[in-house]
Design a protein around this ligand. Structure first.
Ligand SMILES: C[S@@+](CC[C@H](N)C(=O)[O-])C[C@H]1O[C@@H](n2cnc3c(N)ncnc32)[C@H](O)[C@@H]1O
Length: 294
């Protein structure tokens, strides 16, 4: 079951907002705070940006902060892109009072080559709210690099893996705790519950697995749902029968150290113009552009 199923429909929007505001899932709030604190410096690097394009825009809270700073300078167009139409609506509504041309696109990040036909450079491409970690980093950076021009910029944030082994063991505990939290379980079961499953018929599992990459061993969070009671899911006119013991694979998200991110960027022809770390150095916000002669 792909991640984006969780965000679809008006219930997807409400479930995501409830999770992102919950104390049991602090990542979104921490990344929002990091952006807020970085804005005065960040915007000095963004002179001349014509369009802001945000993929996986969600409710558009961070984009509002960026547009408030950028529209008085040079930015005149905003593209809010998300696979959830309701998220796009929400993101556009959030900036209704800002004097910027607003364009909503319901699309996947995987369609970046198509999406680029709509935007006018130079752009600031945003992938915020830990969306970076939801994709395999080599694929992601190659995909973004292929669609950007020399004057475009790319802004993303992520939850970092600490460098030391001891701290990594702590992250393992935190990940387990975060995924076992009731709010997260509710969020992850919601697409099935909406289609008829009883809320107590599944448990969510997450495991941290080492993944060898060109930038060393990064950690993948492998996630799956275990069905604990026989259930029937209704999909349109069809029914899907799930048996106790069945598993629904939820794919992998990625966590890298700060130096691995730097290495990934370098290998894929990006240079960092500015970067910001949270005071505990667990969160990174980085602004990059293409290396001139890559
Ligand atoms: C973790 S939320 C982040 C939302 C927002 N950027 C933030 O900072 O709060 C992920 C968002 O990306 C969207 N999404 C998930 N997979 C996507 C994909 N492959 N392409 C485009 N949007 C996607 C979801 O609908 C959701 O709105």
């Amino acid at each position: 079951m792909p991640d984006y199923f969780l965000y679809l429909g008006s219930s997807g929007v409400n479930n995501w907002l409830a999770l992102s505001e919950s104390d049991e899932f602090p990542i979104t709030a921490r990344l929002t705070e990091l952006l807020r604190q970085s804005l005065p410096s960040l915007t000095t690097y963004l002179r001349g940006i014509f369009s802001l394009v945000s993929i996986g825009v969600g409710s558009g809270e961070k984009e509002r902060m960026l547009l408030e700073a950028l529209v008085p300078r040079s930015t005149s167009t905003y593209y809010a892109v998300d696979i959830s139409r309701e998220m796009v609506d929400q993101a556009l509504k959030r900036v209704a009072d800002i004097n910027v041309e607003k364009i909503g696109l319901v699309a996947l990040l995987e369609d970046l080559a198509l999406i680029r036909q709509y935007w006018s450079p130079p752009i600031l491409l945003c992938l915020l709210g830990n969306n970076f970690g939801a994709h395999e980093p080599d694929w992601l950076l190659e995909t973004v690099h292929a669609q950007l021009k020399g004057n475009d910029m790319f802004l993303f944030d992520c939850h970092l893996l600490p460098a030391s082994r001891r701290s990594q063991a702590r992250v393992y505990e935190q990940v387990q705790q975060m995924y076992r939290a009731p709010s997260n379980l509710r969020f992850n079961l919601a697409p099935l519950v909406r289609r008829g499953m009883e809320p107590d018929s599944g448990i969510f599992h997450a495991d941290l697995v080492p993944v060898k990459t060109g930038s060393g061993t990064v950690y993948g969070i492998k996630r799956w749902l275990e069905i604990t009671k026989d259930s029937v899911i209704h999909c349109g006119a069809s029914q899907v029968f799930l048996k106790a013991g069945d598993t629904i694979n939820r794919g992998v998200t990625y966590k890298c150290t700060r130096s691995q991110i730097a290495d990934y960027l370098n290998r894929h022809g990006f240079q960092e113009s500015a970067f910001y770390l949270s005071p505990d150095e667990n969160y990174l916000l980085t602004l990059v552009r293409k290396q001139p002669h890559f």
